[in-house]
Design a protein around this ligand. Structure first.
Ligand code: G3P
Ligand code: CA
Length: 306
């Protein structure tokens, strides 16, 4: 009986989770245009996204720019920029997430040099229509993405990428982010979620930005929700984790919002025989509070509102 009462108390204390599911434009409308470009973010905003998501890495001179990882292009492999053509001599051996790789790395370039690059579609075979826009768009700074969100009146959902990697290079991305937030004159308590896969970074953000800023713990598996609730307001987990029995209900009991990633329209990224809309329905039925998607327009059309 005691345990049941306790559960009811926890449920009563949990934040309201009955609101609309947020449409979070993952790297912009990145299913349609090269990711992390002003064009992709603008398209997402036009399509009714609630939030736009930039992943952030730091240049050699410490500016935050919108890229998914510190590798700008792999020699002879995946590339999200034309750096191999603009700076062929800068190729070197390095590592990405602990794996040896030869390529071009953001920490070797100043912001002015990044300004000479243009974006490319990461998966040209999967998304040829997006690849048709290769080499058209510049690589935006965090300041440019923040200014766009502010002008358009949509939320911003930045992720600090590879904080330990940049710390080893003498770049404190938390301090840089705090400075850049102030420079952008963004209300840290407004439509802003800040995300990281690195709990120490989230704890530092809590310290730096105060108790009211909304922080999201990212994970590739189900995290210890009790622990996460001591420093974050939400969790971002793969859709398969979010759909595990009782995961979302448990997160809500701990007062954590759940924003699963990443809903993509192509069949290869969806469970067998499930459409984009069916996956969205399943997440909504399970109680997800938002979803990261490469196709914000399609999500908005299906969910309505916006
Ligand atoms: O930030 C949510 C989701 O974007 C995490 O995955 O690798 O696309 O940044 P990733
Ligand atoms: Ca991300």
């Amino acid at each position: 009986m005691k345990r049941i009462c306790y559960l009811f108390l926890l449920l009563a204390a949990a934040p309201s989770v009955a609101g609309e599911m947020l449409v979070i434009a993952h790297r912009g409308a990145s299913g349609e245009l090269p990711e992390h470009t002003i064009a992709a973010y603008t398209r997402a905003i036009e399509q009714g996204a609630d939030y736009i998501e930039p992943d952030l890495v730091a240049t050699r001179d410490g500016h935050l720019i919108a890229r998914h990882e510190h590798l700008l292009a792999m020699q002879g492999g995946e590339a999200t920029t034309n750096v191999a053509e603009v700076f062929p001599e800068r190729v070197r051996d390095g590592a990405l997430y602990g794996q040896a790789v030869r390529g071009w790395f953001v920490e070797d370039f100043t912001l002015a040099e990044i300004g000479r690059l243009r974006a490319r579609e990461r998966m040209p075979e999967v998304r040829p229509a997006s690849a048709a826009h290769d080499d058209r768009f510049s690589i935006p700074t965090f300041q440019e993405v923040a200014a766009l969100a502010k002008r358009a009146g949509v939320g911003l959902y930045p992720e600090l990428k590879q904080p330990e990697h940049f710390a080893a290079l003498g770049i404190d991305v938390v301090a840089r982010f705090q400075e850049e937030l102030q420079r952008a004159e963004l209300d840290p308590h407004g439509a802003l979620f800040v995300q990281s896969f690195h709990p120490p970074t989230l704890r530092r953000l809590r310290e730096a930005l105060g108790p009211r800023v909304k922080l999201v713990h990212l994970d590739r598996e189900a995290p210890d929700l009790a622990d996460v609730s001591t420093y974050a307001n939400g969790v971002g987990v793969p859709m398969t984790v979010a759909m595990e029995p009782a995961f979302i209900m448990s997160a809500h009991i701990y007062g954590l919002a759940v924003h699963p990633y990443t809903l993509r329209a192509e069949a290869r990224f969806l469970p067998d025989g499930i459409t984009f809309e069916q996956a969205l329905d399943a997440l909504r039925a399970a109680g997800a509070d938002g979803v990261f998607t490469d196709f914000p327009g399609r999500a908005r059309r299906h969910l309505g509102g916006g």
